[in-house]
Design a protein around this ligand. Structure first.
Ligand code: NZQ
Ligand code: ZN
Length: 393
């Protein structure tokens, strides 16, 4: 196991009705003027936004609102949010929504206290050192942004989707009421499941030896998803299954399952070009990319994939041919995603094989290589896109 620091300062407030505590929690965490940030309308329609603002009113915390965050959040609204926060002297941002709303809020939070263009953080020109405090009322189990220091934003003019990260962005508190996720369309629930599993796999496929504790934690999250995701698709109001998935989503991405080991993250980088170019859901893009990446890199360490196959998908171990077991595990994963209702190839996602050179170009690897498990070249990435384009179960 490698040396590590683990920093996860977020207060997680979990369970039914907990959104009514938002006002008191903001006060407790030092907020005196709040920006309430939300998405395209689900939180308005469900009445959640009213409950949250009523709770702020009750606690005597003034607020301004900014809605309209789109999935794959855009820089344009971030600029608007930064201006609003400065004008209104906002000192705390409360997000009501999913990863897109939270990531947009994190961008605003870092941008408000930065003299330059906030995009500098996403283009790699500057590092986030401070930010206005952010907190969340989570409405979808997926991105894990409620417990992470990461943010991903799309630049509208270029379609470039880029990430930034800092411990300063880790939410002060995250309210997690699994009931709120019952209104999700089945497709969004499935996208969330794919993203949660991908966050674990990015960490599971490692070159670090002797990491039994984090291997087993990863497998616990993966096994939970294999059991619970089909349950909520079949029975969307199943509170217990929703609750298990919601916590799995957080555990998958606070990095508690990834400490002390090298991590990969190529599937995410390769996927971000798809959601950047076609504006598809991140989880849907991952369902297409992740199993294809697995097929491509499996020869690097068949035993690790065989371990995943046996422990997560219950495949029988073929000791004479571990690669066969490894491939069976990858097939099980792809079949599982398909059964959740997710796309597994370019046509089903709405992507085009002829765009592969554009996708590779946008990734911007040039002659370089990237990845913590297997270092991929631009040609390797093109090959993964080609596998993904034609994948079947
Ligand atoms: O905008 P509204 O109307 O709220 O609708 C949203 C949106 O259309 C809807 N929704 C959310 N909660 C709902 C609901 N509909 C009904 N009932 C509810 N309770 O779901 C749609 C998707 O929402 P979004 O926030 O985009 O989903 P998700 O949480 O999957 O976030 C995706 C974004 O997070 C980024 C992704 O790249 C993508 O941009 N990621 C962020 C990470 C991070 N910050 O740590 C890590 C991830 O790997 C990921 O890259
Ligand atoms: Zn993700």
């Amino acid at each position: 196991m490698d040396n590590f620091n683990f920093y996860s300062p977020t207060e997680f407030v979990f369970g039914r009705g907990r959104e009514n505590e938002a006002g008191e929690l903001v006060k407790k965490h030092g907020g005196s003027k709040v920006l309430v940030h939300f998405g395209g309308g689900s939180a308005v329609r469900s009445g959640l936004l009213d409950r949250v603002t009523a709770s702020l009113d009750k606690a005597g915390v003034p607020y301004v609102s900014l809605g309209g965050v789109k999935p794959n959040p855009r820089d344009t609204l971030v600029y608007e949010g930064i201006e609003l926060c400065r004008k209104e002297n906002v000192d705390f941002i409360l997000c009501v929504g999913g990863g897109s709303v939270i990531d947009s809020a994190k961008a605003i939070a870092a941008g408000v206290v930065y003299d330059g263009d906030f995009w500098d953080f996403y283009s790699g020109k500057a590092v986030i050192e401070k930010a206005v405090p952010v907190a969340t009322v989570l409405t979808i189990a997926a991105a894990g942004s409620e417990g992470s220091g990461d943010t991903v934003v799309t630049q509208e003019s270029t379609g470039l989707k880029r990430g930034a990260g800092s411990n300063a962005l880790r939410p002060r508190f995250s309210i997690m009421n699994p009931e709120l996720t019952c209104t999700l369309p089945a497709f969004q629930t499935a996208c969330g499941a794919a993203d949660i599993m991908a966050h674990v796999f990015e960490r599971y496929f490692t070159n670090t030896q002797e990491v039994e504790i984090t291997d087993r934690l990863c497998e616990a999250v993966l096994c939970t998803m294999v059991k619970e995701a089909p349950r909520v698709i079949a029975d969307p109001n199943n509170y217990e299954a929703r609750a298990n998935i919601m916590w799995a989503g957080t555990v998958a991405h606070t990095n508690i399952v990834g400490v002390g080991r090298s991590q990969d993250w190529n599937s995410h980088n390769i996927e971000h070009e798809l959601s950047g170019l076609y504006d598809v859901a991140h989880g849907a893009g991952l369902a297409v990319i992740m199993p294809s990446w697995m097929e491509f890199v499996m020869p690097h360490n068949p035993m690790r994939f065989a371990q995943m196959a046996t422990r997560v998908f219950g495949c029988a171990m073929n000791f004479e041919n571990p690669e066969a077991t490894a491939m069976e595990g990858i097939r099980c994963f792809r079949r599982f995603l398909k059964e959740l209702g997710l796309p597994i190839n370019f046509a089903e996602l709405g992507a085009k094989e002829e765009d592969i050179p554009v996708l590779v170009e946008k990734l911007g690897l040039g002659d370089g290589r990237t990845g913590g498990f297997v270092q991929l070249s631009s040609e390797d990435v093109a090959q993964i896109y080609r596998i993904a384009a034609r994948a079947t179960v």
